[in-house]
Design a protein around this ligand. Structure first.
Ligand code: AMP
Length: 121
């Protein structure tokens, strides 16, 4: 069954390859790529390939996918320059909706790390 996609969504276009990205990780369900405007030495996004508009849209059926995304975060953080816990570590952010500061309406996990200071946060 084809994955749900939104033709007007910038992250769906990244999934399809019509907008380029600097890939960090890819499998059948998940894509990770560097943020175009990083706040910190490490800043990449982990997204489901399926168009889920936000964390407010997830249902119990998404639990395995979200679990996979969360368990990938520490591995990809370490592979992309985040220093080890506890002296190092990283931040995971999921902006959700207008009040949550969400700008791109395709679910994404920000993974942010590396030595401080950061531009934000
Ligand atoms: P949010 O405010 O959580 O919706 O964040 C959206 C993030 O997507 C921002 O940090 C942007 O810098 C990032 N972003 C937007 N367009 C692109 C792109 N084409 N490639 C990589 N990151 C992007």
């Amino acid at each position: 069954m084809p994955l749900r996609s939104d033709p007007n969504c910038i992250f769906c276009k990244i999934v399809e390859g019509t907008i380029p990205s600097r890939k960090v990780y890819e499998d059948d369900e998940i894509l990770a790529f560097h943020d175009i405007a990083p706040w910190a030495p490490v800043h990449f996004l982990v997204i489901p390939k399926e168009h889920i508009p936000s964390l407010a849209h997830v249902t119990p059926e998404h639990a395995p996918l979200l679990g996979r995304i969360m368990t990938l975060a520490p591995r990809l953080a370490a592979e992309n320059g985040a220093e080890p816990y506890p002296e190092g570590g990283f931040r995971v952010v999921v902006n959700t909706g207008e009040h949550g500061g969400q700008e791109v309406h395709h679910l994404h996990l920000h993974v942010i790390g590396g030595p401080r200071p950061w531009k934000k946060g």
